[in-house]
Design a protein around this ligand. Structure first.
Ligand code: SF4
Ligand code: SF4
Length: 299
């Protein structure tokens, strides 16, 4: 992920100033997340709803939830304090597209008040096909989809249920629905020229062997970057994978899988799994400087 690598020039032009995609840019440009999206429409076995969504974030972190109006105010306050702030993302604490009114209201307010700020969002993909036109309309230039499987047999071990069109699905049927919607959403976005990154959580014994196949499936549908993240197991997170708990991969296992996928496409290796309310350069977290109390006191 050091430089342009194998990225086509038109994609590189779009991402070279983005702290998450360019190793170089991450020293010079800042990003922030606003936590405006509390609900989720699926259940991942590794998720604990008390904490931020693991689509992008480290587990065990509780971000400060904001209304769209508070979020827009915070973005302006941060942008005036940190001039390198170029990217605003919505990554939780639940799924941004399970809260479409809140997510899109936030984008609308920011497009109006700070039109130079680039927008991105992350999602589990279930609701994605329904919102692609809206996403394109707000000039969102990057979407991250968390895709942990393309085989519903594997998916049934990761997702106990999904909630879609007023109905709860479980087992194979739930995972089949999710993978079909994820693949469709990815195709729709890339057809419209919106950059798509795919995140996958590597879960030893569950999907570790399968992620090479996921890598192939997402590459063939136009994802420009694949970010394989380790499952981070922590006691307070609990687990429903097994009675003895589910371990995360070792650093060597993670690297071996990333290397195996490397020949296939660009792999992202410097994602920090930032909190849903992260502020600042990658690797630094200035969220404590911009709590709601402090923002609301600023004029
Ligand atoms: Fe939790 Fe995110 Fe999975 Fe929803 S998509 S269950 S918030 S990890
Ligand atoms: Fe960038 Fe990864 Fe942090 Fe998202 S979680 S802002 S992709 S470094």
């Amino acid at each position: 992920s050091a430089g342009q690598g194998d990225l086509p020039t038109e994609i590189w032009e779009k991402v070279k100033n983005h702290p998450c995609y360019s190793e170089e840019a991450h020293h010079h440009y800042a990003r922030m997340h606003v936590a405006v999206a509390p609900a989720c429409n699926i259940q991942c076995n590794y998720c604990n709803r008390k904490y931020d969504c693991a689509n992008e974030s480290r587990p065990g972190v509780v971000s400060e939830k904001l209304t769209p109006e508070q979020a827009a105010k915070k973005v302006l306050a941060v942008a005036s304090t940190i001039p390198q702030m170029t990217v605003l993302g919505i990554a939780g604490p639940g799924d941004p597209l399970a809260n479409p009114e809140k997510t899109f209201k936030t984008f609308e307010l920011i497009n109006r008040t700070a039109p130079d700020i680039k927008l991105c969002l992350s999602t589990n993909g279930l609701a994605l096909p329904d919102h692609v036109d809206t996403i394109a309309g707000f000039n969102v230039d990057h979407v991250t989809i968390t895709i942990n499987m393309v085989d519903p047999e594997v998916g049934a071990k990761i997702y106990p249920w999904v909630f879609w069109k007023h109905k709860r699905y479980t087992g194979y049927e739930a995972a089949k629905l999710l993978t079909d919607r994820q693949m469709l959403g990815l195709e729709m976005l890339t057809e419209r020229g919106i950059l798509c990154k795919v995140n996958s959580v590597m879960i030893p014994g569950i999907n570790d062997k399968h992620l090479v196949e996921v890598n192939r499936a997402v590459k063939s549908r136009g994802a420009f970057l694949h970010n394989i993240m380790p499952l981070i197991s922590s006691p307070e997170h609990g687990t429903v994978f097994g009675l003895n708990g589910q371990r995360g991969p070792t650093a060597q296992e993670l690297k071996a899988l990333q290397d195996e996928c490397e020949g296939e496409m660009n792999m992202m290796r410097h994602c920090r799994q930032c909190r849903a309310d992260a502020v600042g350069l990658l690797g630094e977290d200035r969220s404590a400087e911009f709590t709601t109390d402090k923002i609301m006191a600023m004029e």
